[in-house]
Design a protein around this ligand. Structure first.
Ligand code: GDP
Length: 529
């Protein structure tokens, strides 16, 4: 069943995240977009999340920042007649799993690149993740107010390293101290840059038409001529924008500007709301769910501790995939097979965070979680299906947990169970002994877990080194072979927090040899929630 209102509301939504390397300007551009969305009055009010990146001793401060970031995790604002949902991702790469999972909840991404630095490591990694679901990517090349690299060179690098075609939409006029503005290649309009307007929405000073004599007056005749030649060259040498290729993730429209100077952002946003996809269909283990389907469904991609860490109150972020959420509606929590009434879901209108009355596909709602909700959980209006493709990544760092007070074992187990369900860490229990081994993708995760165990579960623990280098989830279609494997390899086998059999390898060589010895057993690098 589809109704017109549902189709209309769904069509308005644009849900995305920013992918970038630290310092490229993600926070700054987020702030400018909120300014355009009238979600904040004055730039400078978005809390810097720089502390995310600091060393472990700053963890207490991070904890406070994290409290704040529950509200900034999702930012909804209107722009250009659409409703934009921006999903924030953690700044520190130690929390990259969180970022990967957030990318499963968006329909497109904005890639922000520092024009002086070009394509950097984190961007490459995040782009790989976007590829898994062929997420369309729009690009903003930032910091044009500095002396950056030749824009053509930067685009070439994007094409070479990230293997995606670039279609410039705007073209910069000069750079650094001589940055004059951008020329819109498709609207044939020059937008002029004025310095020092970064904290507000400045007037759009424009010249219609590249051949307009006004261009010569403003830029000077030589510079105007140079721009005309450059534009001709760029048009000839680069890819033309192709909407379908963008939607297939093969081509990225490229915009230039300065987030700090709040310039070029408007043109990018205009392009974004025009071209970015509205909420897309998603796969479940039963069927493909179209956003226009009338029956409510959604999945949880992130769980976050709320403001007050002593309270153990957590917010589960649910992406609405189909139908409509209404206050006080009943939902089926599919994994535990229970119907629950949801009266107080949070909404994320950046200006006004009240309880949501209704939400549509593409929107994110926050469900209060008292320990029953896990990452990857599906909620429906009664249908038994589960959304797929929300991954767990094999950890790369391992520690053994030791209690300082052995009598707190129960509390420790409970805490680790819950923290692993939230995705804060992964827990492994070896088949052959009573160790508790924690796995993480980034080392800060260990500090977060120790801190939260103490604060929320009153458990003091210490970490010890453990002889594990990598882990793989085990699958095998032949039950007899699996039993045999379990017997022979038990010294390196464990059960993870979700009850899955896992091979914990002391070395990569050991893993490789074991794989060669057991060719019919699958050693998976990721597992679905
Ligand atoms: P994030 O780590 O990606 O969130 O980056 P931030 O938004 O925190 O920016 C990193 C640094 O670059 C900050 O000092 C910003 O002020 C600066 N920055 C951001 N955008 C621009 C820009 O357009 N021009 C210049 N010159 N600096 C910028």
């Amino acid at each position: 069943m589809t109704d017109a209102k549902q189709a209309h509301e769904t069509g308005l939504r644009r849900t995305f995240a920013i992918i970038s390397h630290p310092d490229a300007g993600k926070t700054t551009i987020t702030e400018k977009m909120l300014l355009f969305g009238n979600a904040i009055q004055m730039a400078g009010s978005v809390k810097s999340k720089r502390d995310d990146r600091h060393a472990t001793s700053d963890w207490m401060k991070m904890e406070q920042e994290r409290g704040i970031s529950v509200t900034t995790s999702v930012m909804q604002f209107p722009y250009g007649g659409r409703i934009v949902n921006l999903l924030d991702t953690p700044g520190h790469e130690d929390f990259s799993e969180d970022t990967y999972r957030t990318l499963t909840a968006v329909d497109s991404a904005l890639m922000v690149i520092d024009g002086a630095k070009g394509v950097e490591g984190r961007t490459i990694k995040l782009m790989e993740v976007c590829r898994l679901r062929t997420t369309p990517i729009l690009t903003f090349i930032n910091k044009m107010d500095r002396d950056i690299r030749d824009p053509i060179e930067v685009m070439d690098e994007v094409e070479d390293v990230l293997k995606i075609q670039c279609a410039p939409m705007t073209w910069p006029i000069g750079m650094g101290r001589h940055f004059k503005g951008v020329y819109h290649l498709y609207n044939d309009v020059i937008h002029l840059y004025t310095q020092g307007q970064g904290n507000r929405i400045s007037e759009d000073k424009r010249i219609e038409g590249l051949d307009n004599p006004e261009v010569d007056e403003v830029l000077g005749e030589d510079a105007a001529e140079e721009l005309r030649m450059e534009v001709e060259l760029v048009r000839g040498a680069s890819h033309a924008f192709d909407h379908d290729a963008y939607l297939r993730g093969e081509l990225t429209p490229v915009y230039f500007g300065t987030a700090m100077g709040n310039f070029g952002v408007r043109e990018m946003l205009d392009g974004f709301v025009e071209y970015a996809p509205s909420p897309q269909a998603r796969e479940t283990d039963q069927r493909v769910v179209e956003a226009e389907d009338g029956s409510f469904s959604g999945f949880v991609f992130k769980i976050q501790a709320n403001m007050d860490p002593n309270h153990r109150d957590r917010v589960a972020f649910l992406r609405v995939c189909s139908g409509k959420y209404e206050r006080n509606m009943k939902m089926r929590h599919v994994r535990i097979g229970k119907d629950v009434k949801i009266a107080d879901a949070l909404t994320f209108m950046a200006s006004d965070r009240t309880h949501v009355e209704e939400a549509w596909p593409g929107d994110i709602i926050g469900l209060h979680n008292h320990g029953t909700i896990q990452i990857g959980d599906t909620f429906t209006q009664g249908e038994d299906m589960r959304f797929t493709g929300i991954p767990h990544f094999a950890p790369e760092l391992f520690k053994r947990v030791r209690l300082t007070d052995p009598l707190r074992m129960k509390a420790l187990q409970k805490g680790l169970q819950q923290l692993s369900e939230e995705g804060a860490t992964q827990v492994f229990m070896p088949l052959d002994n009573n160790d508790l081994i924690l796995g993480a993708v980034g080392t800060l995760q260990f500090d977060v877990v120790a801190h939260r165990l103490k604060q929320e579960y009153k458990v003091d623990c210490i970490y010890e080194g453990v002889n594990v280098q990598t882990a793989r989830w085990i699958e095998c279609d032949d039950p007899k072979m699996l039993e045999d494997f379990k017997r022979k390899a038990s010294a390196n086998l464990a059960i993870d927090g979700g009850g899955h059999l896992t091979y914990i390898a002391p070395t990569r060589v050991n893993l490789q040899m074991t794989q060669e010895r057991w060719p019919d057993i699958r050693f998976n690098h990721t597992r679905e929630h």
